[in-house]
Write a protein that binds this ligand. Sequence first.
Ligand code: SF4
Length: 265
Amino acid sequence: MNAALATRAPVLEAFASIQGEGRYVGQPQVFLRLRGCPLRCAWCDTPASWTWRGDETARVAAPSGTRREPALVDVATAAAWIDELDPSRTRPLSLTGGEPLLWTDFLLALKPLLGERRLHLESAGAHPAALERVRDACDHLSLDLKLPRDLNEPVELEGLAVEETPRTEDEWTAARRAVLRLAAGRDAALKLVVAGGRADVDFQPLIDDARELAPDLRLVVQPATPIGGVTAPDQGLLDAVVDRAARAGLDVRLLPQLHRLLGLA
Ligand code: SF4
């Protein structure tokens, strides 16, 4: 980590909306979407979050009107934005990205400023050392199980690597298993995105790892939103993946991206 950044992080956008995915789907939340992600998921719906050059601005969708602010903020500024978006301080904060695990110092410094507000982390689950560092500061962990076939070559952000992003299937397996061990028994959920043209059998190693290492966690199967050449899965594929998870004894749910269905941010 670049020491000059310390407890600052670059923000893509801050807004209040409804959680569209995972265990808390439908819940009113405040979202702080950080910039920077070394992954390149084929079905990524937020590619604008991937990079950070240093001169971007953040979209702050405040009740008084949407404005642009310098993207790189300290935790005090981020906390002020969050309270501006939800003065009642009742909505959980969804810290999302991008990959928020690039910004562990920021997360740890932000947590005490949130008071009673819950902190929900949404992560790709590719960086177990970073997750271990912040796990106890998070009230909920939403972690992806990534199908290696869905991943293009990672692109590390210069000076920001907290740990190497997995590249090979073996590295992905090791990261997935480490992350599952860290999340087991916690307020956490797993997300499995299913794109069209995949084979249901390809998901079995991910399901097997969840069954072995974190059988208490809900598994949310999420149809990929068609984007960038990725197609939506057909019903047969979704049924087959859900059936594999159910037969493994997992608490499985099939959920679309609710916010997309409703046309929300
Ligand atoms: S981890 Fe998230 S932000 Fe990064 S490429 Fe994948 S879907 Fe996009």
